[in-house]
Design a protein around this ligand. Structure first.
Ligand SMILES: CC(=O)SCCNC(=O)CCNC(=O)[C@H](O)C(C)(C)COP(=O)(O)OP(=O)(O)OC[C@H]1O[C@@H](n2cnc3c(N)ncnc32)[C@H](O)[C@@H]1OP(=O)(O)O
Ligand SMILES: O=C([O-])CC(=O)C(=O)O
Length: 371
């Protein structure tokens, strides 16, 4: 049996949701560049779930449905209040809270396609409220009730900060959400598909996916990029710091990608946003430091910046806590997970690959007292 470490290059499913061909990312055939420049996040979620762009009235209805589902059951908020807030990482809180949310959904185990679509809307909406409610509760503040008239990105910032955000901030978060929404068969999406291919429920699929996204080799990298930049501190320390890391064979967070070898098409958008937002907030050093690192790692190792690299300085310049970076990724990527979960249910077969056994050959069993 031939094996491929990390399943590199293995085509494990067919999908109509997103594609990466020649370093170009498309959602249902629309380029990420067009979507990032023109779309609202809600429009992209509709596209991923329905495989077509919405008309104006379809989008208005969909936005209203999402807005109407933002509020959390009181029991879930009480659970968030019960964690040890000094130690719990928001991704762990989110993973647990989504699982708990399933306990309060009467349709959690109803497998009909229409019920699954209703659950998808509820999960997509409520994930934003879980992330922002947790962020406030741990600072001793009360969660903020969403405003139905605000769009998804604006509501996210409103629920996080307790006041309506400036247009430029809403546009930045909207664009970041669009850019992170789906990415073919990345590790968390694959996890979601494997989970629901057993015909387990949608909440289990999303909970499993959050667990996979949390890791530093995947979505957890964005928080670690900011930790690295903070440790570097000043622009002139950037290259010596990176040289040191490389000499110790340590990974540079936010660099490299399993599929993109010439550049991640999302990174240029985040790079531009990072330049603009760090400049207007008087924090250009984070951008300047980032470009130095990107150029150096590209030159020395041929590795491009990935989506997590510049998103770090973007979120930082918006004043967002560093450990909320990955939960924001999850707030967007849940749209992709849900699209893939619905697609998996629609044409399901159990996902069960094989392992090549490389352990000891058949051994004679020795009774415990003789070992
Ligand atoms: C949303 C996302 O998930 S995007 C990815 C986010 N993750 C990160 O930014 C973490 C840093 N990057 C990495 O760890 C990797 O590039 C991954 C996990 C993204 C891809 O991993 P793989 O495809 O398995 O590549 P792999 O780890 O085998 O790397 C190939 C070679 O490049 C090196 N390399 C890859 N990424 C990096 C990096 N960030 N820093 C230094 N060296 C690296 C490896 O050490 C390896 O070198 P070698 O052949 O001399 O041993
Ligand atoms: O596709 C991957 O392996 C990782 C990634 O960039 C993503 O999930 O957005």
């Amino acid at each position: 049996m031939a094996t491929t470490k990390g399943l590199e290059g293995v085509v494990a499913t067919q999908s109509s949701i997103s594609s990466i061909i020649d370093d170009q990312l498309t959602y249902v055939g629309y380029t990420i560049d067009d979507l990032a420049e023109n779309s609202s996040f809600e429009e992209v979620v509709y596209l991923l779930w329905n495989l077509k762009l919405p008309t104006k009235s379809e989008l208005d209805k969909f936005k209203a449905e999402l807005a109407a589902n933002l509020e959390l059951p009181e029991a879930v908020i009480n659970h968030l209040r019960s964690y040890d807030l000094s130690t719990v990482h928001p991704m762990a809180a989110l993973r647990t809270a989504i699982s708990i949310l399933g306990l309060y959904d009467d349709e959690a185990d109803v497998m009909e396609p229409e019920a699954n679509k209703r659950k998808a809307i509820r999960i997509q909406a409520k994930i934003a409220t879980i992330v922002t409610a947790f962020a406030r509760i741990r600072k001793g503040k009360d969660p903020v009730k969403p405003k139905k008239e605000l769009g998804f990105a604006a509501n996210f910032l409103y629920m996080l900060n307790g006041k309506e955000a400036e247009d430029v901030e809403v546009e930045a978060i909207n664009k970041a959400l669009v850019l992170h929404a789906d990415h073919e068969l990345n590790a968390s999406t694959f996890t979601a598909r494997v989970c629901v291919a057993t015909l387990s429920d949608i909440y289990s699929g999303v909970t499993a996916a959050i667990g996979a996204l949390k890791g530093p080799l995947h979505g957890g990298a964005n928080e670690r990029v900011m930790a690295m930049l903070t440790e570097i501190g000043e622009e002139e320390n950037a290259i010596p710091y990176i040289k040191d890391k490389m000499a110790n064979k340590e990974k540079i967070m936010g660099m490299g990608h399993r599929v993109y070898k010439n550049g991640d098409p999302r990174a240029k958008h985040l790079k531009r946003m990072s330049r603009e937002l760090t400049e207007t907030s008087g924090q250009s050093k984070w951008y300047n430091m980032s470009i130095k690192i990107e150029d150096f790692v590209k030159e020395e190792k041929g590795l491009p910046a990935n989506v997590d690299f510049y998103s770090a300085s973007v979120y930082h310049s918006l004043g967002i806590d560093h450990d909320l970076f990955t939960p924001i990724f999850a707030t967007s990527r849940v749209s992709g997970w849900l699209a893939h979960i619905l697609e998996q249910y629609d044409n399901n077969r159990l996902i069960r690959p094989r392992a090549e056994y490389v352990g000891p050959k058949t051994q004679a069993y020795t009774p415990i007292e003789e070992r």
